[in-house]
Design a protein. Structure first.
Length: 239
């Protein structure tokens, strides 16, 4: 039952309405990083057709991009995965360590399940194949800005298979000592509740819930909400 609940959670994340959020009131600052000049220019030309986007950086590899970040910082980076000098994987490591607020949308010509799972576990905000329709890229940027993550149907199915496999081989007991309150917070996170909503349910302040969430992620080694959800499924924390 838990696996199907989380599958619903993943699919719902891919279908979130992107309109009406306050984040949409100002232009989203974007960087485009791709070693193929024609691809990079094509993406930039596409995004310039939309008033809600502002392209502030472009680079041909991760090293060049990181150097440019000293002067300007985007909110979202559209990052190619296969690049010379510094590839997408190395760039993600640098960004998560030095610029954790920058949201990462990986765009790649490769779409193996291993790569998708690796990126999701690393905490990447979205993954798109290069053959996807332009409208999906626009939607993904908006959803990532408003809700942190975007999963299309392809990734949702990959994640479902992963979760089913994890469930089959999961341990019955929790190997990490979590407090009753931490488990309670984890369960509510899996229900897609915000810190404010969780606080209202538990009669605590949002700041306290944020602290619980941070401690929980540190304990289980999760980088984001998706990590909490995967952990909850694997260790049978859901009812």
């Amino acid at each position: 039952m838990e696996v199907y609940f989380i599958f619903f959670y993943i699919v719902k994340m891919a279908d979130i309405n992107t309109g009406g959020d306050t984040l949409m009131d100002s232009k989203i600052k974007i960087a485009v990083v791709d070693d193929q000049h024609l691809v990079r220019e094509g993406i930039i030309s596409l995004l310039k057709e939309y008033e809600g986007f502002e392209i502030i950086l472009e680079a041909s590899n991760g090293h060049e991009f990181v150097e440019l970040l000293q002067d300007r910082k985007p909110q979202v980076v559209l990052l190619d995965y296969e690049m010379p000098v510094m590839d997408g994987n190395e760039t993600i490591q640098v960004l998560q360590k030095q610029y954790p607020d920058i949201k990462i949308i990986v765009i790649s010509g490769y779409d193996t399940e291993e790569l998708m799972i690796h990126l999701m576990e690393r905490g990447v905000n979205a993954f798109l194949q290069k053959d996807r329709h332009a409208n999906e890229l626009i939607d993904a940027i908006h959803v990532v800005m408003n809700n942190n993550y975007y999963f299309n149907n392809r990734i949702s199915m990959v994640m479902l298979r992963r979760l089913v496999n994890m469930k089959k081989h999961s341990a019955v007991s929790d190997p990490i000592s979590l407090t009753e309150r931490e488990i309670e917070v984890a369960k509510l996170v899996c229900q897609e509740l915000s810190n404010k909503e969780i606080a209202e349910k538990l009669f605590l302040s949002p700041r306290t819930i944020d602290s619980y969430r941070e401690k929980l992620m540190q304990k289980i080694g999760a980088r984001n909400t998706a990590g909490i959800v995967l952990y909850a499924i694997k260790h049978n924390l859901l009812d």
